[in-house]
Design a protein around this ligand. Sequence first.
Ligand SMILES: Nc1ncnc2c1ncn2[C@@H]1O[C@H](COP(=O)(O)OP(=O)(O)OP(=O)(O)O)[C@@H](O)[C@H]1O
Ligand SMILES: [Mg+2]
Length: 255
Amino acid sequence: MILRLEDVTLSYGLLKAVDGVSLSVAQGARHALIGPNGAGKSSLFSVVAGTLAVTSGRIEFDGADVTGLSEPARAARGLVRTYQHSSLFLRCGVLDNVRLAVERVHGHPLRPFRRRRRDAAITEQAYAHLAAVGLASRAAEPAGALSHGERRQLEVAVVLACEPSLVLFDEPTAGMSVAETDRFAALVEELPASLSVVIVEHDLDIAFRLARDVTVLAAGRVIASGPPEAIRADEQVQRAYLGTESTDDLFTEPR
Ligand SMILES: Nc1ncnc2c1ncn2[C@@H]1O[C@H](COP(=O)(O)OP(=O)(O)OP(=O)(O)O)[C@@H](O)[C@H]1O
Ligand SMILES: [Mg+2]
């Protein structure tokens, strides 16, 4: 298991946004986390990534207890999240946003005379990550010039540049066009098998296309967990998505 949560709780004052969640994510997982608005999905990502400290419970990543570690310390170990709202440097260049992430991973040069070669290597890697998300031709533009969907693709490039072993994607396709969403899904499908992925996704077509395991959260609690087919058929899951008699309806709605 790359990630193991034991009875994790996060309270905002009186509200338990995450309420006693225990969950395991296997090495190489393609794991979807779904649930209605306000279910606690982003809050759960925040405690797993270390953005917020747990109120109680334990988080184990790659065999080590990381419950007390900061977000940068967890990222340095390979546990990286994306945010539901953009965290790009909009005035910096598209390529520079990726370069910053590559630089962070590879640290600073010990010997200055190696600097030029090192810079070229960093640029080359950053370009490769940009190309993977289809943004190589936009490299020189400021990130602020990108469309909403393109910014989300750039976030994916930034996350991959961190060389993670586990990525937490929080609604990566929100605001993407159909073509951009499809490109994102294809990108996830092409990621190396060794990389573990957990994805919060409102578009259930995408969630069920990408995931081999699905966890359903409602009111901070896990109400179902299992392979996509079992989750589709689960009555409690159908009730959690109010106004929907059958989850089948959720898969046929036009976007
Ligand atoms: N910083 C905060 N302070 C207080 N309450 C918060 C805070 N962030 C979230 N909440 C509340 O915690 C609950 C869980 O929110 P969260 O954003 O984790 O849900 P979510 O499943 O990600 O929802 P969505 O699908 O809308 O993104 C909600 O009731 C929300 O209003
Ligand atoms: Mg959220």
